[in-house]
Design a binder for this molecule. Structure first.
Ligand code: GLU
Length: 487
C-alpha cells in the first residue's frame, strides 16, 4: 500500500533523546509505516543559543539503532530539503512579511528592558504575561523609519481578540479555545531566526506533512498554529497529540531531575528492542492481549485510534519485565554475546563465560545487574554460618559439616570437571548416605558461594569455579563449621 501519509520526527538537537521524545519518533514512524507513507526527519535548531555540539549525531545514531529508518532527512536528502531549519533560515521571513501585509502579523520593536519591566508588572499582579500590543499602534511611517534605521525587531502574530478557535485532534477529540486567550506570539526573532511556533507550521506545510504527531504539551499552542494555517489559506494537517509520560507520582519525566534518557537506559543494560516494545505500549494498546511486539509487527498493527489520552505512567518495573523477556528469548549464544561485556566487568578471574551465561540467562532482567551477581566468583567472603541452617532443606550446622566432609573425596575423584559428572557423583553420594538432595546441595552451594542467594545452583557454580577452587572453598567451610560446632 502506498499513500500520501507523511509524518515527521522534528527533534531539537539537545544532545540526548528523552523517553517521551523517542516515543514520539516511534509513533510517527509507525503511523507512516502502517499507512504505507513516508517518515521524515527534520532537525529543529532555530534556538541557536541552545545548540549542542554533536547533538545531531546522537539523533541519527538513535534512530539507526532503534531501526526507525527515515525516508527523507538531512543525512539522506529528499525532495523537500534542506531538512535542517537553520539551513532554511531565509525561507521563513518572506512568509512572516506576507502575514504583516495581510494584517495577520506586525513588527515589534520593544526593547528587552521594556518587556522585562512588563513581565515584572504581570508577575507582581500574579498574572500570566501576555504582550500588551504596544507596537500594534505604530504608524506605517514609524515602522518604516525604524526599519530603515536598522532597529532590531521581531515579528509577532496578531491574534484575533474575539471568537473561538476549534480544532479536532485524533486523540483528544474536539478542542476549543477563546481567541482572546491567545498571545501575540513571536514568529521571527530579533536574530532573524523563526521561533519553533512559526517554523513548525511553515515546514510542516512546505514538507507536505499530513499527520503532525507530537507530545500533548503542544496541544494548547495548536490553535495559534491553526490561525496561521488559516491566514495562509493552507490545509490544516491531522493532529495526533500523544499523552504525557509521567512517573508513578504523577510528575513529569525530566533529565534534569535525573530521569533516564534513552542512552542511559541502553548503558544500564536495557535492550533496544525491549525499550521500543515498552514505549510502543506506553500510550497505545493493541486490540489483543499480546505484549511482545517486534518493530516489524508494530508496523502492521499500530493504529492512531488506539492511542490513549490519559497520561502514561513510566513504570521501570514493567520495562525490566520486558527486558527480561527479551533476554530469555535469546539463544544462549546471543545472550552470551550481549552479556559478555557485563560478565567480564564482574570477573577479575579468568573463568569460563559460556557456563556463566547459561547460568544467569534465566535470572537476568537487566544486564547491568550481572557484574555484582558474579562477585562471589572472585573472592569468597566471610559469611554468617547460620545460612547453613534451613528448615525446609532439613539442614543445620552439624549435618552440613558431615555432608561436606563426605563430599570432598567424591569431588576429588572426578576426572572430567563438568556439570553432569559433578551432579552424578553428588547424587550417588546422596543415595549412599541416605540423605535428602537438599542436605547435600544446600551446604555445597553455600560453601562454594558464601552467600544465601546465588545466580545459579550448586552444580552450575561448581562447574564455573573449577575443581580446585570449589574444593578449596568447601575445605574452608569445613574448618569453620568444625570450629563452630565444637565450641
Ligand atoms: N522541536 C520540537 C521538540 O523537540 C518538536 C515538536 C514537534 O514535533 O512539533 O519538542
Amino acid at each position: 500500500m502506498s499513500s500520501n501519509v507523511r509524518t515527521r520526527y522534528a527533534p531539537s538537537p539537545t544532545g540526548y533523546i528523552h523517553i517521551g521524545n523517542l516515543r514520539s519518533a516511534l509513533y510517527e514512524y509507525l503511523i507512516a509505516r502502517v499507512n504505507g507513507g513516508k517518515f521524515i526527519l527534520r532537525i529543529e535548531d532555530t534556538d541557536q543559543e541552545r545548540l549542542v555540539e554533536g547533538a545531531v549525531d546522537v539523533i541519527y545514531r538513535t534512530l539507526k539503532i532503534c531501526g526507525l529508518n527515515h525516508d527523507e532527512g538531512p543525512d539522506i536528502g529528499g525532495p523537500y530539503g534542506p531538512y535542517i531549519q537553520s539551513e532554511r533560515k531565509n525561507t521563513y521571513l518572506p512568509y512572516a512579511e506576507e502575514l504583516v501585509k495581510n494584517g495577520h502579523a506586525y513588527y515589534c520593536f520593544c526593547s528587552k528592558e521594556r518587556l522585562d519591566a512588563l513581565q515584572e508588572q504581570y508577575r507582581a499582579k500574579g498574572q500570566v504575561f501576555s504582550y500588551d500590543r504596544h507596537c500594534l499602534g505604530l504608524t506605517e511611517e514609524e515602522i518604516k523609519a525604524k526599519l530603515e534605521a536598522g532597529e532590531p525587531f521581531v515579528i509577532r502574530q496578531k491574534m484575533p481578540t474575539e471568537g473561538i478557535t476549534t480544532f479536532n485532534d485524533a486523540v483528544y477529540g474536539e478542542i476549543t479555545v477563546d481567541n482572546d486567550e491567545l498571545e501575540d506570539q513571536i514568529l521571527i526573532k530579533s536574530d532573524g531566526f523563526p521561533t519553533y511556533n512559526f517554523a513548525n507550521v511553515i515546514d510542516d506545510h512546505l514538507m507536505n506533512i499530513t499527520h503532525v504527531v507530537r507530545g500533548s504539551e503542544y496541544l494548547s499552542s495548536t490553535p495559534k498554529y491553526n490561525i496561521l494555517y488559516q491566514a495562509f489559506g493552507w490545509e490544516i494537517p491531522t493532529y495526533v497529540h500523544l499523552p504525557l509520560i509521567v512517573k508513578a507520582d504523577g510528575s513529569k519525566i525530566s533529565k534534569r531531575k535525573g530521569d533516564a534518557t534513552f542512552e542511559d537506559l541502553v548503558n544500564e543494560g536495557y535492550l533496544v528492542e525491549a525499550i521500543i516494545n515498552y514505549l510502543a505500549l506506553l500510550g497505545w494498546s493493541p486490540d489483543s492481549n499480546q505484549e511482545i511486539f517486534s518493530l516489524k509487527e508494530l508496523e502492521n498493527v499500530f493504529s492512531v485510534e488506539r492511542i490513549s489520552k490519559s497520561p502514561s505512567v513510566f513504570d521501570m518495573a514493567k520495562l525490566r519485565w520486558f527486558n527480561g523477556e527479551y533476554l530469555r528469548a535469546m539463544t544462549l549464544e546471543t545472550f552470551h554475546e550481549v552479556a559478555l561485556p557485563w560478565i567480564k566487568k564482574g570477573l577479575v578471574k579468568d573463568l569460563p563465560t559460556l557456563p556463566i551465561a547459561k547460568m544467569i540467562q534465566p535470572r537476568t532482567e537487566v544486564l547491568s545487574e550481572i557484574p555484582e551477581k558474579l562477585d562471589f566468583f572472585n573472592n569468597l567472603v566471610e559469611y554468617d554460618l547460620e545460612i547453613y541452617t534451613h528448615k525446609k532443606m532439613k539442614t543445620n550446622l552439624e549435618n552440613s559439616l558431615e555432608n561436606l566432609i563426605a563430599a570432598v573425596p567424591v569431588l576429588e575423584s572426578i576426572e572430567q570437571w563438568e556439570e553432569k559428572n559433578i551432579y552424578d557423583s553428588l547424587t550417588s553420594l546422596v543415595k549412599e548416605l541416605e540423605i535428602k538432595n537438599g542436605q547435600m546441595f544446600w551446604p555445597v552451594r553455600i560453601a562454594i558461594s558464601g552467600q544465601l542467594v546465588t545466580p545459579g545452583g550448586a552444580i552450575e557454580i561448581a562447574e564455573v569455579l573449577g575443581k580446585d577452587e570449589s574444593i578449596r572453598r568447601i575445605n574452608i567451610a569445613i574448618e569453620r563449621l568444625r570450629a563452630a560446632t565444637q565450641s
